[in-house]
Each structure stands twice: as C-alpha cells, then as structure tokens.
Design a protein around this ligand. Structure first.
Ligand SMILES: [Zn+2]
Length: 509
C-alpha cells in the first residue's frame, strides 16, 4: 500500500486536516493549534530512517516553531543525545520555498515559518546500533526506538502525533504497543509524545503471534524464533501475566506486545510493551539458562507496574531534556529484580529450589563488590546518570549496582514486613498500595518520604533497619534476616538454600 505523504499534501489538505483536528481535539487547547504528521521510510542499504514531518498550524500560530529531539529514553538512565544520529535537516513551506532554520544547542531546531504556517521538515536518522534504546535498519527488518526519531514542539510533548510507515516491498509486519489505524495498518496516532516515545516498533519480516489472555490482547514478535514454540514461550508468558495480575489485582493496559530481537544485550520496559535483545535462540543450553531468560521476561513485564505506574516522583512527568535524578531507582529496578523470582515462583514456572538459586545469583553478584563499603544503595540510584555505562577500572571498588543489592533488600523487606505483621502483610501490600494510591488515585509519582511512609503504614511500624541498609554502607547480617525463614546462606558460595532441604540432603544415605 502506498502511504507516502506526498509533498503537496499540506497545500491541498491543510484546511480539512486542521478543521478535523480542531473538532477532534477541541477539549485540549494546545491541540487546536497545529497538527504533526510523520512519514517514515527505511533506507535498508545505508541503515537510515528517512523522516518527513508535516507541520501545519493555524493562521494565528506563532511565526516560529522549535522542534526538539529527546536526549534520553525512559528506563535507560544515560544521556544518549539522539540528535547525534541526525543528518540532512531541511524545512520548506507549502510552496516548496526553503524555510530558514537555526540549530539551538544540541537538540533544538528553530524554524522561521512562512505565512501559511506550514513546514515540510525532513531529516535522516542513522540507525545501525544493536541497542534497545537505539534504532536499527537492516535488509528486511527495522527496530524503531521513537525517542531518537521523532521531534516534538518545544514545551508541548502532550500534543497528539500521527506516524505513518512506508514499508519496503515485501515487508509484512509492524509490532508495537500502539494500535494501528482501523483503515491503515501502517499508521498510528499517539495521544501524546510520551506514548509515542514509549512504543517502540519492530517492522519487517519476523515471527509474530497474537492471542488473547484473560480479556487482553497480546502479540509476541520474535526476530529469531528458533526454539520458541518448543519452550512454549506463549504458555510461560501467560502464566507470568496471570501471576502478576493476581499479585497486583489489576492490568493497566488493553494490549501488550513483546518485541524480542536477535542476539544482543539488554531489554527495556515500555508503557505496554517490552523490547529486548536475546541470545538469538530459545534453545537454552541448560535449565538455569532458561530460568534466567524467563526471569528477564518477567522483569521487563513487572516494570509495567513498577516504574511505569509505580513511579518515583522525579520520573513523572517526564522531561526528555534533563536527567531525572532520583534516589529511588533501587525501588524501580532492585525490587523488580526481586519480583522476577516471585512471579516465576508464583506462576508455578520454577520450583522453590530454582527460585532460591535465582535469588542467590544476586547475592553472589553483590558479594565481591568492595564498593558496598563506599556507596549506599540510595546513592547508587542517585548517581546512576554518572555511572550507567561508566566502566572505570575502580568501579567495583567504589560503587555498587542496584540491580544486585536491590533484590537482596527486596527479600529482606518482604521478611521484615511479614515478621512485623505476623505474616498478615508483605512487600506485595506495599506495591499494591503504591499502585492504587499514587498511580490510580493521585495520578502522580511518590516521594522518598511517601515511600517509607507507605512501608510504615503496611508494616505497622517504620522499617528502620531496612532503611538503614538502603541509606548507609552498613553490612548486612544475613544470618539474622534469614534465620527463622527456613533459609540458610552459604557465604563461601553465596548460595541460599532451604534449611529443610539441607537437613533432608544430609540425612539421605
Ligand atoms: Zn529493569
């Protein structure tokens, strides 16, 4: 199908589009002013996304417009400065006259508009990185990470935006969390740029499977599907979803999309999707490797609650121009690591023994860090913008990783709350209360003091010891915490075992 927005588009249809958008969005003042329609083509040989933006504003609109490219992507706490991949920026009006523009700073383009208040903007994005926060265009597939492709009008990221993809011949699918237009499966309208930026797309030829589970629509899109059916990816994911739904008591989306790509590193959570690089196959060399992969899937999925809904105040609303510095990422990331174990165990996917083995990996990863005597968990969250990909030789000596200490604290919080409430309440109650109060009721993030206040409310008394372990470099008395939970830890191997199973093993002939 031909979805290309031709150059004369804004000359002929401007009035009708503007009138329609005015009617459709009359309830939002900002959206009565202009429309933004993007068309994207893929240069599969040179690895570019060719972007065309049709900006059309009313006669009363300002004489200039400033377009802004985000500097970072939520969930990836590093300034990636996507503008560095941009080239060949051009702007012209509806009469094909060149518009004057100026670059302001690293990621802003100020365009002087003609009387028609229309701008046809075009630029190219180099897309050749195997990174979950960056785009990639190849011969028969493209991964579009929207933060590095689409610009918003300065100060107005809450504006609606339409995106159309012109697919190369033979390209068949688009997988994303956004719903396509009813009459055009290659076009999407996002209510604002937050939604667009949090909806990556896998486009081209790949394995895709759609299904419904407990009233919601799902799509599994796999670039390299080898072995996925044999390991029952769909069935395992259904069980993870059901376990999370039982835990949280709510499902905050209509549809959810799993985008799993070929060999590479990392995964990134999104509004109603996850985008991950994998080992390039679902034939795992061991059960342990399979559990590790399923924990990865569960991690990204649980983020949809813990960080997309349950958010530190600094992460909502989003500011794509500045670092979102918060001392609470250990909650967003560390507790999500703890819930990998909980979801897989509660889903019946792994045994308790496998769960303890999974948890043990975090203890073993954390233990060798000399940095635990120099940096607190809270500080590691606060300083992540300095350290996300900072691999200084002394890193392990002076810093810690909240992915490792965070799940340990998650386990201890769970134990502490259960002890304080005679097993009547747990960390789950904290997560549910944060979700229902701050996300559903207040529609905002929580402050650090509000987080500890919720913990106190659930436990009936402050989590003084836990907070000390979060905010200081005090060592953790594992024996104290695990004693009475039927757990023992071998601090030589950093393996947690059920005391009962140790006894049983020891009494076997
Ligand atoms: Zn994460």
């Amino acid at each position: 199908m031909d979805l290309f927005v031709k150059p004369y588009f804004c000359k002929i249809h401007f009035i009708w589009i503007f009138a329609a958008l005015t009617l459709l969005t009359a309830c939002k003042d900002k959206q009565t002013d202009y429309s933004m329609d993007y068309t994207i083509e893929m240069d599969t040989v040179r690895h570019y996304l060719n972007v065309q933006l049709t900006y059309t504003a009313g006669a009363d609109a300002p004489d200039e417009v400033v377009l802004v490219m985000p500097r970072w992507a939520p969930g990836y706490y590093e300034m990636l400065d996507f503008a560095k991949h941009l080239t060949d920026f051009k702007a012209q009006d509806s009469q094909d006259s060149i518009l004057t523009w100026y670059k302001e700073g690293m990621n802003r383009w100020r365009i002087k508009l003609s009387a028609d208040k229309c701008a046809e903007v075009s630029y190219r994005i180099y897309a050749n990185q195997r990174n979950v926060a960056s785009s990639r265009v190849e011969r028969d597939i493209a991964f579009v990470a929207p933060n590095g492709v689409f610009m918003y009008v300065d100060g107005e990221q809450d504006h609606a935006v339409t995106v159309r993809f012109r697919l190369p011949d033979g390209w068949q699918h688009i997988a994303t969390g956004m719903r396509p237009h009813a009459d055009d499966s290659s076009a999407f309208t996002a209510p604002d740029f937050d939604v667009l930026y949090d909806s990556p797309l896998l486009i081209g030829n790949f394995y895709t499977h759609k299904f419904t589970h407990e009233g919601h629509d799902y799509e599994i899109a796999l670039e390299t599907p080898d072995g996925a059916e044999d390991m029952d990816f769909e069935g395992q994911f259904r069980r993870i979803v059901s376990a999370a739904t039982r835990l949280m008591g709510d499902v905050p989306y209509d549809n959810y999309c799993l985008i799993h790509m070929g060999a590479g590193g990392g995964g990134l959570e999104h509004l109603n999707s996850q985008a991950c690089y994998t080992d390039g196959t679902y034939r795992f060399p061991s059960r342990k490797a399979e559990v590790k992969f399923l924990a990865f899937v569960a991690h990204e999925y649980f983020h949809l609650y813990n960080v997309k809904c349950i958010r530190p105040a600094e992460l909502w609303p989003l500011d794509y121009d500045h670092e979102a510095i918060t001392p609470m990422l250990w909650v967003s990331e560390g507790l999500t690591c703890y819930y990998e174990y909980r979801l897989l165990r509660d889903a019946g996917i792994i045994t308790e023994e496998e769960g303890l083995e999974l948890l043990s990996t975090y203890f073993a990863l954390y233990a060798p860090y000399e940095g635990q005597r120099h940096q607190s968990l809270r500080q590691s969250s606060y300083d992540i913008w300095l350290n996300f990909m900072n691999s200084d030789d002394n890193a392990r000596d002076v810093r810690i990783n909240y992915y490792f200490k965070g799940p340990i604290i998650g386990l201890l919080m769970d134990i502490d709350i259960r002890r304080k409430t005679a097993d009547q309440r747990s960390l789950d109650d904290v997560m549910r209360l944060l979700y229902n109060r701050f996300y559903k009721e207040y529609r905002r993030g929580f402050t650090e003091e509000e987080f500890w206040s919720v913990c106190k409310e659930v436990a009936g008394e402050p989590l003084t010891d836990i907070r000390r372990l979060v905010e200081t470099t005090d060592s953790i008395d594992y024996a104290f915490w695990l004693k009475g939970e039927g757990l023992e830890i071998d601090t030589a191997e950093w393996v947690i075992r059920s005391s009962e199973s140790i006894v049983n093993t020891q009494t076997q002939p």
